[in-house]
Write a protein of this length. Structure first.
Length: 430
């Protein structure tokens, strides 16, 4: 990777040409693209703003987390999970798998590189990606780098930034307020009244973990939600849905899944959990809204160990007022309010991504843009969707790479044919 450099105060400036695609993000999606490119023999560079691969998994998840889907739906291309892994690998097992993945395929991401902007240079026919490389510590010299590449792969994912909603009176509350990304364990909350805002998989699991540590969680359910059993008839609900969709349309598969869920879980509406009018698969396909796969939280809700309440009107000092007029004493607040894409903050001049940071083209066509731009990990279909896109991206880049390499070899051969007679004549004259 050739580069030029100069100096400017506390920054060193460099310009680097990337021989092959530049991949932004060293999460599972970025690693998957790198591994597929490696198999094709195409060189690449992976940039990562954190100090490790899969920083979301390593630094922004709770300790008890396990994969919500069976392992066969979560493995990355070219490498299955070890045979001794359970059907639902733990957080630590998944991280170990990813670290082995990066090592086996020699992916070698460049860490501490924060991308500030990326734009396509129409005149040069290349992507210009400006980034800051941190060397650690406030006194250290940082480096401003402009990477120049023919292909840009956006792999920063759906969950790059946490969402912290603005709520009336929150600054007056006085107690601890954190996002679920900073929650590790319920150990620090023993005996405390904890308000968990959000009823997705994270909110449900945080509440369950708080129960296991003798805390008293109250879960705020502002919207309708689909809660499904993790397994039905001895199979994972996801696996069953995939099998049913081979034979039935989406709407009928939804009805079958919901009927089975009602038989197993009962009527969840009487516990403050209202189901949406659309089916769980319909919502997932249309809006990317993931249903909750119950691993025990619903039982705690039924027993009263987890209290379900409607939306929040405002916070008071040490208390919260709900929309139904009730006022609750609260020690801590955990915002399980989700994440968002950060692509709009740095990708410039492209209409491939919408304002919410997702490709405008729906799955399965949202992986390829114009001028060598690609996206992976934005399918709203988990790791299996990211893996599928990674394979497609690598194959597409490899095709162009081989065409250009062959053309370069032909030009090189013609040059040699042209120069050989000249060299021969010069030798005779000498």
């Amino acid at each position: 990777m050739a580069h030029l450099s100069d100096h400017d105060g506390h920054f060193e400036r460099k310009c680097k040409w990337v021989h092959g695609p530049l991949i932004i993000g060293a999460g599972p999606s970025g690693l998957a693209v790198g591994a597929c490119l490696k198999k094709h023999g195409v060189p690449f560079v992976i940039l990562e703003r954190s100090d490790c691969i899969a920083s979301l998994w390593q630094k922004r998840t709770y300790d008890r987390l396990k994969l919500h889907l069976p392992r066969q739906f979560c493995q990355l291309p070219k490498l299955p999970f070890p045979d001794d892994f359970p059907e639902y690998p733990t957080k630590r097992q998944f991280i170990d798998y990813l670290e082995s993945y990066a090592k086996i395929f020699e992916l070698n991401p460049q860490f501490h590189v924060t991308v500030q902007s990326a734009r396509y240079d129409e005149m040069g026919g290349v992507w210009r990606v400006r980034a800051v490389v941190s060397r650690g510590g406030t006194a250290g010299r940082n480096t401003k780098v402009e990477y120049i590449c023919q292909w840009l792969v956006v792999a920063t994912g759906e969950n790059a930034e946490c969402v912290m909603p603005e709520m009336e009176g929150l600054e007056e509350f006085g107690g601890q307020v954190i996002h679920a990304c900073d929650y590790k364990s319920g150990e620090a909350y023993r005996g405390k009244q904890v308000l968990v805002v959000g009823c997705g998989n994270s909110g449900m699991e945080v509440c369950l973990d708080l129960c296991h540590h003798n805390a008293f969680p109250t879960m705020v359910v502002r919207d309708s939600v689909h809660v499904l059993p993790r397994e039905v008839l001895g199979k994972s609900t996801f696996e069953l849905a995939v099998a049913l969709m081979k034979w039935f349309p989406l709407w009928l598969t939804d009805k079958i899944i919901l009927a089975l869920s009602w038989m197993i879980l009962g009527d969840i509406k009487k516990y403050g959990l209202k189901r949406p009018s659309e089916g769980p698969l319909e919502l997932k396909h249309a809006l990317g809204k993931t249903p909750v796969l119950d691993i025990g939280a619903l039982g705690k809700i039924k027993s009263g160990a987890i209290r379900v309440v409607p939306g929040i009107k405002r916070f008071l000092h040490g208390r919260v007022e709900l929309v139904d007029g009730r006022v609750l004493n609260v020690d801590s607040v955990i915002m399980a309010t989700g994440y968002r894409s950060n692509v709009p903050s740095w990708l410039q001049g492209s209409d491939f991504f919408s304002k919410d940071g997702f490709p405008n083209e729906p799955f399965p066509n949202g992986w390829k843009g114009k001028s060598g731009l690609y996206a992976v990990g934005f399918t709203r279909r988990g790791l299996s969707g990211a893996s599928l896109d990674a394979v497609r991206i690598a194959e597409d880049i490899d095709r162009v790479w081989k065409e250009e390499t062959n053309q370069a070899n032909i030009r090189s051969g013609r040059t040699k044919v042209f120069l050989n007679p000249l060299n021969s004549n010069l030798s005779k004259e000498n």
